[in-house]
Every structure is written in structure tokens, then in C-alpha cells.
Design a protein around this ligand. Sequence first.
Ligand SMILES: *Cc1c(COP(=O)(O)O)cnc(C)c1O
Length: 241
Amino acid sequence: MNSIVANLMQVRARIELAALAAKREPEEIELLAVSKTFPASAVEEAMHAGQSAFGENYVQEAVEKIEKLAKLRPWLTWHFIGPLQSNKTREVAQHFDWVHSVDRLKIAERLSTQRGEFPDLPPLMVCAQVNVSDEDSKSGVSLSEVEGLCNAITALPNLVLRGLMAIPEPSSDPAQQRKAFAAVRDCFLKIQTAHAVELGYQFFDTLSMGMSDDLEAAIAEGSSIVRVGTAIFGKRDKISK
Ligand SMILES: *Cc1c(COP(=O)(O)O)cnc(C)c1O
């Protein structure tokens, strides 16, 4: 069995190679370690190997982990990346640094209001989630609607719009993977260009895309945050689906 430390080194090497192949600087790509379903001790182990950004999908599980690791909080960045229901936004607003999965205005409004109840916290960093494969079952707004959602988010006081997030339909064909990521990148660049001088868009710099099985394709198409779980922590039990 591989250790978390060895896995992390391997994933970092994959990121570096993919960046070089795409003629990009490896430092442009942040590794988000997706620790959902794994215990606080696994996060600690990764942290000792130099990993500081962690992603979680399930609010209850995440908050327990964050509280367990409260002493390490100053060194960690917690990203919420899962589907978010409105009755769970308060806990996310209180405990997280980032939310990648904002897919409707109501959720953004609640996050902004509730973040405001913690004046000691900086604004919450958010990405709008795009449904690039247009599957009915997946969360995210369509490519045609995402600019409208972004404009609305920039008007909210306690959120900072950082970019777009996408989870394309899984495919084992690298060309297919790249096609989906390229569509998200094109949409991202279009929004970035159209709003280049507008207040609220000055930090729009993030493309959150790519996971264990398709991070190379995502980096080739401009990803700036890859969200990697399995390749770091191993296979998850069934509850994570
Ligand atoms: C679970 C999850 C990941 C990590 O997936 P792996 O295939 O285990 O790397 C990334 N992003 C989101 C949104 C997830 O839910």
C-alpha cells in the first residue's frame, strides 16, 4: 500500500509534467487534496508532507474534521466542493475559506449574508460551478447562464468571485476530456475579457478543474486548481459514491 506522502509526491510530479507539456509554470497550478471520507489523521499526514489546501464534500463530516484540527487551522485552507443545500450554508460560511460549488444565486446570497455574521473572517472565496456536460443529474449552471450568475455574485458584499469550477462527465478518452475542459476555459476567458475592468472581477483568476483521472487534460486546458482525492488518499468507501 502506498503512503499518503509517496502519493502526494507522485501527484505533484504528474502536475509538474503536465504543466511542462503544456508550456506552463508548475507553480500556476494549485493542488487541492480532497480528503472527504478520510479521517483527520489523514489530513494531518498530508499536512506534514507540505500539503495545506484540503477539499471536502459533506458539511457534517467536514465540520467535525475542521474542528478536530482546530489547532492547525492557521496553516490549512478548507475548500467546500460538494453539492450545497440552503439549510447547510451557515456552517459552510462559518468554517470554510472557499466554496467551489456555487450553482445558484440563492446559495450565494445566503453564503454572503451568513459570512457577514463573522466579522473577523475575510470574505469567502467562491467559484461558480458550470455544468459542462449538461447532464440533468449534475449540479452547476449551463455555460450560457454562468455569466449572469457571476455578475450577480460580484454584487454580494462578503464573497469574492474567483472563477469557475467544473466536473465534466467522466471519460477515458483524453481527447473527450480535453474538449470539455476547453469549453469551460473558453467560457472563463470570455467572462474575464468582457469584465476585465469591472469591480468585482479583479480576482477572477481561477479555473477549478481536473481530478485524479483527468488532471493532465485539465492542466493542458488551463486549469489552475486540480482537486485530487483518490490518487492521494486511496480508494473511498461507498458513501462517497
Ligand atoms: C470527490 C471529488 C473530487 C476528487 O475526485 P478523485 O477522483 O478522487 O480525485 C474532486 N472534485 C469533486 C467535486 C469531488 O466531489
